[in-house]
Design a protein. Sequence first.
Length: 332
Amino acid sequence: MRAAVITRLNSPWEFQQVADPVAGPGQVVVRIHACGMCFSDVLVHRGHWPVQLPIVAGHEPVGEVVQLGPGVTTLRVGDRVGVSWMQRGEGRCLQCQSGRPVRCEHTQTWMDLGGGYADLMLAWETGCTLLPEGLSYTDAAVAFCAGFTSMSGLRNADPKPGERVCVLGVGGLGHMAVQLATAIGLEVVVLTTSPDKADYAKQLGAVEGIVAGDDPGKALAEAGGADIILATTTSADLVAKVLSGLRYAGRLVTMGVTGPLKIDDMMTLLFKQCSIKGSTHNNRSDLVEVLTLMASGKVRPVVESYAMDEVNEVLKRVEAGQVRYRAVLQNG
Ligand SMILES: [Zn+2]
Ligand SMILES: [Zn+2]
């Protein structure tokens, strides 16, 4: 099969012919139709993830099951599936025994089996989720990281009816977060550093798009504040500065920050009894909820579509923050 292989960090990915994967017990082989690209792929490219080279990245993969390993019982050849980042726990730790394999410290991922920028991908049966009928591969791909992360962040914030959500940063995650929060009946405002994204926010379902100036927390407070801030930006500085825009008992859920978070404004946390939480892919039910909302037409990813051959150009676009709002690579 043909695959885009990372052979060196910070270097273009190389298209190579590599051996076709063979499904072992509990595994399947998926013929990849589409695979979205995430900022995490840039972090892999830069060496921020502990991967062994050479490796094939790609953690928003969707396609068709073409081979079943021994003992696979829930999937059939021809099933349309996507593969999650975290596919299978080792089964015996407290988290696995509690039914939370995604929190297992030894969970199997694309880093163990190879990712989706290839013709074929090996996956654990338990890591595959069936795609609803009628949902395109291109749209479905976006559910597997951007959608999943955003929905888990939203659910982790424990939203109540009537609450107001601020989505901080509108990229792959943020543009999904706006739509997901709107789809479950919450009022959403967007806070972004890009005027074009603030303008676009209403088209995604937000009631207002706010351009973050020197004091994004004040800008949010003046626009009515928020009970929940879903921070999808990678800027720790922006996350720290937006806290003062939270209402009483507000929750900030961060999904994108990779650097240290320095909070000057502890008084907001103390007197408004606010909390800060981190979140990533959580319950698989969050992913299924995204796929269901997409299939019903309530949530529509905004996608730039590319051929798999363009993977290096797409990587540069993602790195430069130029994508509106998710790039999806297509096979065939
Ligand atoms: Zn991702
Ligand atoms: Zn475990």
